[in-house]
Ligand binder design. Structure first.
Ligand SMILES: Nc1ncnc2c1ncn2[C@@H]1O[C@H](COP(=O)(O)OP(=O)(O)O)[C@@H](O)[C@H]1O
Ligand SMILES: [Mg+2]
Length: 506
């Protein structure tokens, strides 16, 4: 019996340069028929770039592409589709105001009968467990459904090589399971999947073979049966890495944060937070799980004075801070790590030292009479750079010159200095590599153990499960339930994330 599979795609010596960056450096990669290849690597490793080259969105500066053993030129996604290649992007490319059928038909060759396309959508949906209403408006569909539409678009174009770029980032655990079912079903028909991810557990679950990229190069390619999570982590980061798991809180004290029945209306008049209440005590981390867009950002903004509440109260150590100005809330010892560090957390044109004191320019520690005390500012910065291991040529380097991980460390360092009572962290590890992610996790646990209250808001469920002492699930601006660490059940949390309540259904 031969289990040698035919090669569907071969990339040979692919290089791609962006100004100042070598995104892909002579990468070799092979995808076989009937195989799920996981393309694994940290953020910035070059995965998306490589697959955009295969999909005709970028031109390689060097190297060649072979499909079924024959050299090909792929100048556009149109060329790629004609060769049987489909790609599901990290950020969907659907037209939100159009229906599913209209979206699927966009760019199809020749005149098509919408009714026939709708029928095909239904047939393929049933065949692959990707059911979706062909006449639904895309904007009104949950993200998991929108992803199905993207996949159906590729299937209708007869893709036999499907590239999926971090497809589970927007899914609940149940939706992820369904997606994996689809991937297996699709593979069983002799098709190929390139599954891009930086999550080791997904690789072990779905891949037949794994190719690891690091800093634009191929580190290696191994069959799943020979792989382990720790070996893959080592390939990804280039050294051994012991990942932190949080120990339960030991000394839980007084209530620090008391959110009491708040309601928030968005600028477009929608109720984005609705009767939300919870408390966090000293020395504990409350994690908020949820699919993105269910009020998480708004909740953080209200807590930090960046948005007003229409109803309810927010108290920090008994003192009401609701609708107070951001600086007044900072003065109460509330630190805030925003999800978008580049636009909200940092002034990229300012130096590391300036960013580290940003909110403290009226602080007596940084002023001498009417003037800023530059010596004190630089001394403070040097101390923090050292303590948080921020890799920067100097404290007077502009922050935009730092890597994403080091920029995030600047934000974390400053906000922890502010957060004498409460730290609000929203997606604190988004876009960070494994090493920096682990570092931020350790810092959150350390601050908790020092007696601070921590609110961790994240769509990364593994992060929530790993660090939180209690876990709340947010859906459409309300907390559906708060679990303790011991009774947190990932299946139930996943259902709640989609708004489905368990047996205690009202
Ligand atoms: N359009 C672009 N312009 C400039 N640099 C880019 C562009 N796309 C990616 N890069 C850079 O190329 C490198 C690889 O990025 P990417 O392929 O997105 O990595 P991954 O998908 O593995 O996270 C990164 O350093 C990134 O900043
Ligand atoms: Mg990417």
């Amino acid at each position: 019996m031969s289990n040698v599979k035919e090669t569907a795609v071969e990339l040979r010596g692919i290089s791609k340069y962006f100004s100042g960056t070598v995104a892909n450096d002579k990468i070799d990669l092979e995808v076989k028929r009937g195989e799920v290849l996981a393309l694994l690597g940290e953020n910035g490793a070059g995965k998306t770039t490589l697959m955009r080259i295969l999909y005709g969105m970028y031109r390689a500066d060097e190297g060649e592409i072979l499909i079924d053993g024959k050299p090909v030129t792929i100048n556009s996604p149109y060329d790629a589709m004609n060769l049987g290649i489909g790609m599901i992007h990290q950020h969907f490319t659907l037209v939100p105001v159009h229906t599913v059928v209209e979206n699927v038909m966009l760019g199809l060759d020749g005149p098509y009968d919408p009714g026939a396309v709708a029928e095909e959508i239904r047939t393929l949906g049933r065949r692959y467990g990707l059911e979706v209403d062909p006449y639904a408006t895309v904007r009104l569909l949950p993200v998991g459904m929108q992803q199905r539409v993207e996949i159906l678009k590729a299937l209708i174009r007869k893709a036999c090589i499907l590239i999926m770029d971090e497809p589970t980032a927007v899914l609940t655990p149940q939706e992820t399971d369904r997606l994996f079912d689809f991937v297996r079903e699709f593979r069983s028909g002799g098709n190929s999947v390139v599954f891009i991810t930086h999550k080791l557990n997904e690789v072990m679950n779905i891949a037949d073979r794994i190719t690891v990229l690091r800093a634009g190069r191929t580190v290696g390619s191994i069959p799943k049966v020979e792989a382990s999570e720790s070996a893959l982590a080592r390939m990804m980061v280039g050294r051994d890495l012991e990942l932190t798991t949080g120990q339960p809180a030991k000394n839980v004290g007084e209530v620090v944060l008391d959110v009491d029945n708040i309601g928030v209306i968005s600028s477009r008049g929608h109720r984005v937070i609705d009767g939300l209440s919870f408390q966090i005590r000293q020395g504990e981390i409350l994690g908020i799980a949820g699919v993105s867009g269910n009020g998480q950002e708004e909740l953080a903004e209200v807590l930090c004075g960046l948005r007003n509440a229409e109803e309810g109260d927010i108290r920090v150590s008994g003192k009401s801070i609701v609708n107070c100005a951001p600086l007044a809330i900072i003065a109460e010892g509330v630190g805030y790590i925003p999800s978008d560090r580049q636009s909200e957390g940092l002034v990229l044109d300012m130096t590391v030292a300036e960013n580290l004191m940003l909110k403290g320019s009226s602080d007596p520690e940084f002023t001498k009479g009417r003037f800023l005390d530059m010596a004190a500012i630089e001394e403070n910065a040097s101390r923090q750079v050292h303590e948080f291991d921020i890799k920067t040529p100097s404290v007077s380097t502009r922050t935009k010159a730092l890597s994403g991980g080091n920029q995030q460390k600047v934000v974390v360092a400053r906000e922890i200095a502010i957060a004498s009572k409460l730290l609000v962290a929203v997606q604190p590890t988004r876009g960070l590599d494994l090493g920096a992610t682990d570092y931020v996790h350790r810092v959150l646990l350390r601050e908790r153990d020092k007696g601070k209250a921590v609110l961790l808001i994240s769509t990364e469920l593994s992060e929530i499960m790993n660090l939180s002492d209690r876990i709340g699930v947010i859906y459409r601006g309300s907390l559906l339930r708060v679990f303790t660490r011991e009774n947190a059940d990932i299946g139930e949390i996943g259902l709640l994330m989609t708004g489905i309540r368990g047996e205690s259904n009202e």
